[in-house]
Design a protein around this ligand. Structure first.
Ligand SMILES: Cc1cc2nc3c(=O)[nH]c(=O)nc-3n(C[C@H](O)[C@H](O)[C@H](O)COP(=O)(O)O)c2cc1C
Length: 478
């Protein structure tokens, strides 16, 4: 048994593309306030480590089909600041994009969220995968991976220095003596790098947690290096347990090579459980969600512009190695048809059977639509009873595949609450999750030490005033 970090990745209209169409689902983001509040209360009641809010800096009609939750939603820092006021223990993590954010503004907003929440805020730094974001922020183009990461490295150093502007005891507030501030304990930032230039100091006291726990979510090798060198949590995209074991090992050895204690880097994988009272019930929910996903053939005159090109019989034809053009997407997949499929096609039939209970030789065979959806919807799903899901979490933890999970919910609030009310007690019974909060801050929930201020660590003015032309992330205090 391994104790795991368990957070919820909140997507208010559900994380599955058709989740918003499911009966009883929350659909209209204009009603997000009540849904987010309820989710936070339920998650805190379940003693989750944190709620996690992603971000995306552009929208368009194409997102309706790709990832409908990206079409319209509230700003993540606004969300965590709002939820800070209606919760008292749970951690609150917001995503920010280092390519388009201003570090002073972000340091200020996040230090404020940390103070207002009593030390429960966290920050997920991403470099962004949406090219349309550039035109929304006065940039001519979305910079290349390398350049975005160079800026991200500087960005994180600047954030930490800004958060360290005030020593913890800088505000004296001695009314009797009339002394408010000890000026020796307020430090300029004086950062002049290739991408960023910030004078400082920040006009918010040092965060309760010293520095907010930093998450980094990314895919590329450069992104992994960034996470390994300086993040507290690495949020990774993984297909299966073996791949997760390899990625965690790689991240930890990169962390070790960069001179830090590799155990301080926690590797977290997103997972999308579909919870049912019985396995068949869970499979029937997955089945219904699958049938509600639109595919290109649902538009006889052609799918709308921007429709995901891989969500089509044409793409499925390539995968299974058979020309399926012209067939109805609702055509049943029979054993003789499966026999003609490529190995990848046959594997897909097995995935569909596991998720939906549909077997080509059974009473309810899968249809071509089920195969298209399974091949094109990119989510790490576990379909089953609370016991099935907890057992899978435990197996991943015991295998050293992850330090925790970011749990996605296909349907809000139904699947989110099924997880909180049914799976969490099972996780607690197995010792994977706490039954009570032991600490006050997000750092304490995650088992992370409080970082020392750069000024305390380096000696009073050591890091201040120098020109930083070529920078590497500081690991001082970690
Ligand atoms: C699990 C996971 C979650 C992510 N969440 C976000 C997000 O909310 N917003 C965002 O802009 N990028 C998000 N990303 C994308 C990465 O931050 C990154 O911008 C993208 O992968 C391109 O950079 P890379 O090629 O270096 O990974 C996420 C990536 C992963 C793996």
């Amino acid at each position: 048994m391994t104790r795991l970090i368990i957070g919820a990745m909140v997507r208010a209209i559900g994380a599955y593309p058709s989740g918003w169409r499911y009966p009883g689902a929350h659909r209209d983001p204009r009603g997000d306030a009540a849904v987010l509040r309820r989710a936070a209360e339920v998650a805190e009641g379940a003693r989750l480590d944190y709620l996690f809010f992603g971000d995306w800096l552009a929208t368009g009609p194409d997102l309706e089909f790709q990832d409908p939750y990206l079409v319209a939603r509230v700003d993540p820092i606004a969300a965590i600041t709002y939820l800070a006021g209606v919760t008292s223990r749970i951690g609150l993590i917001a995503t920010a994009n280092t390519s388009y954010s201003d570090p002073y503004t972000l340091a200020r907003a996040t230090a404020s969220a940390d103070l207002l929440s009593g030390g429960r805020a966290g920050l997920n730094l991403v470099t962004g995968g949406e090219p349309r974001a550039a035109a929304n922020h006065g940039a001519d183009f979305h910079a290349l991976n390398r350049s975005r990461h160079d800026r991200a490295v500087e960005f994180e150093i600047v954030l930490r220095r800004l958060w360290d502007s005030f020593d913890d005891d800088a505000i004296v507030a001695d009314a009797a003596r009339g002394v408010y501030l000890d000026p020796q304990k307020l430090h300029p930032t004086d950062f002049h790098g290739e991408h960023l230039s910030v004078a400082g100091p920040l006009n918010v006291p040092r965060p309760v947690q010293g520095h907010l726990p930093i998450v980094h979510a990314g895919i590329s090798p450069r992104s992994r290096l960034f996470a390994a060198q300086s993040a507290d949590l690495a949020l990774v995209a993984v297909g299966d347990r073996q791949q997760a074991i390899a990625i965690r090992e790689e991240l930890r050895s990169l962390a070790f090579e960069s001179g830090r204690d590799d155990r301080t880097l926690k590797v977290i994988a997103p997972v999308l459980p579909i919870v049912g009272e019985t396995r068949e019930h869970a499979q029937s929910i997955a089945d219904e969600l699958s049938e509600l996903v639109q595919i290109a053939e649902d538009w006889p005159d052609g799918a709308p512009a921007g429709f995901p090109p891989h969500r089509s019989l044409a793409q499925l034809s390539q995968l299974v190695g058979l020309d399926l053009a012209g067939l109805s997407p609702d055509r049943a997949v029979s054993p003789p048809l499966v026999a003609e499929f490529s190995a990848a096609g046959q594997e897909l039939v097995e995935i569909v059977a596991e998720r939906t209970g549909r077997n080509p030789s059974g009473e309810r065979p899968p249809t071509l639509r089920h195969l298209v959806v399974a091949a094109s919807v990119n989510a790490s799903m576990i379909v089953g009873t609370p016991d099935d899901i907890a057992a899978e979490f435990e197996a991943w933890g015991d295998a050293g595949a992850v330090d925790g999970f970011n749990v996605l919910s296909a349907v809000q609030p139904q699947q989110f609450e099924e997880f909180a009310f049914r799976v969490v007690p099972e996780l607690a019974r197995r010792g994977i999750m706490r039954t009570e909060y032991e600490g006050e801050t997000l750092r304490e929930h995650l088992g992370l030490a409080q970082p020392v201020s750069v000024h305390a660590a380096d000696g009073a003015q050591a890091a201040v005033g120098e020109h930083v032309a070529s920078v590497v992330p500081s690991t001082a205090g970690y």
